[in-house]
Design a protein around this ligand. Structure first.
Ligand code: KG4
Ligand code: ZN
Length: 344
């Protein structure tokens, strides 16, 4: 198989991103550039991502970000072997901006277009960063998704469970908002929790007694709100204790579910080394990561957490997923549609 240079474009949420990734003959990947422009400032005043503003910012910035990615990679646009872009799931306005730009580039350069599922991008990143082999279990915990996916091969995924209401990052963001800690909430809650007592409040762990590999975080978030209201006005110590108790509850939920998922993995693949790959912005949380490290070391499982800038949304993961699919002959053509919903 020949070496391939991929340009990857990601615009499905509030990051305008482009990257150049090379996949060599042996299937190893190298990131040549990875440029991400976050729209945090545009959305900050609204306490969350505003889809129309996001789409406009992608229109304004994407060309510059692509030019920068190509320049930093030390190549010319014509050197690219294929263009990969997120075609969904995500905010449809933004997805259309990235996919349409990718189509224009593919047409003008006469190169293949690979339409990438954003979740597949997250799922395959650990192969780019850590060379992880199939099969493995992925835990995706971001602002928009919380799910377990069995990754058997490129294009061969099985969803084992996920949230039935809020995503985990979303729960962090909402808890941060009701504690007046700002947006994005995850890092703020983690910071506040450092000086807090995780045992002061006992919050519910919805669904945890059931056998299914699903999550539910909205009842937990409501319990946190009721506790905050009962204590109002909150002292700094109250805020820290609530943040720490919430974060610890979440860590127990994630650890418990991951144990169950790994047990299922070992039943399905007896004798196969268990591998747990974590993706999504919540992977940056040290308390949750430590709970998973402890779990995997007791279970003898391999834990893979790609570098955090590659766990959050970026162009390299899309370029890489495009490269893996291109190597299997993918070429989606210029008629491929953007999809707001697109399960793996
Ligand atoms: O993957 P990501 O950058 O964007 C998508 O949602 O696709 O994830 C962002 C989410 C936000 O909800 C943010 O609050 C959360 O990840 N997050 C964290 C931490 N850092 C980011 N959650 C908990 N602890 C953190 N340190
Ligand atoms: Zn994502």
């Amino acid at each position: 198989q020949a070496q391939a240079i991929l340009l990857g474009i990601e615009t499905s949420c509030d990051e305008t991103a482009a990257a150049v990734v090379v996949r060599d003959q042996s299937g190893r990947g190298t990131i040549r550039s990875n440029v991400v422009r976050s729209q945090l400032d545009e959305h900050a005043a609204f306490g969350g991502v505003v889809p129309e503003l996001a789409a406009r910012a992608h229109v304004e910035w994407l060309d510059h970000i692509i030019a920068q990615a190509v320049e930093e990679a030390g190549i010319r646009l014509e050197d690219v072997d294929a263009i990969a872009a997120t075609a969904g799931p995500g905010l449809i306005g933004g997805v259309l901006v990235g996919l349409t730009t990718a189509k224009a580039l593919a047409a003008s350069l006469d190169k293949p277009l690979v339409a990438v599922n954003h979740l597949e991008g997250h799922a395959l990143t650990a192969r780019l960063t850590n060379g992880v082999e199939f099969p493995y279990l992925m835990l995706l915990v971001s602002g928009g998704h919380s799910q377990f996916v069995l990754v058997r091969g490129v294009g061969d995924y099985e969803r084992w469970g996920g949230t039935i209401d809020d995503a985990l990052g979303e729960a962090f963001d909402k808890v941060a908002k009701l504690l007046s800690l700002g947006h994005p909430g995850g890092p703020a809650v983690e910071q506040a929790a450092r000086s807090g007592d995780p045992t002061r409040f006992k919050f519910p762990k919805p669904l945890l007694r059931e056998e299914r590999l699903d999550f539910s975080f909205s009842g937990l978030k409501t319990a946190v709100r009721l506790q905050a209201e009962a204590l109002a006005p909150l002292s700094d110590q109250d805020v820290a204790d609530i943040a720490a108790s919430f974060q610890d509850t979440v860590a127990v939920i994630v650890e418990t579910r991951s144990r169950q998922a790994l047990e299922r993995f070992s039943q399905q693949f007896p004798g196969q080394e268990m591998r747990l790959v974590v993706a999504g912005g919540v992977a940056a949380n040290r308390h949750i990561a430590q709970a998973l490290e402890a779990l995997c070391s007791t279970m003898g499982a391999q834990l893979v957490v790609p570098p955090i800038p590659l766990c959050t949304d970026n162009g390299a993961m899309i370029a890489w997923a495009g490269a893996e699919r291109l190597a299997l002959g993918a070429n989606d053509g210029l008629d491929v549609a953007a999809r707001p919903r697109w399960p793996l």
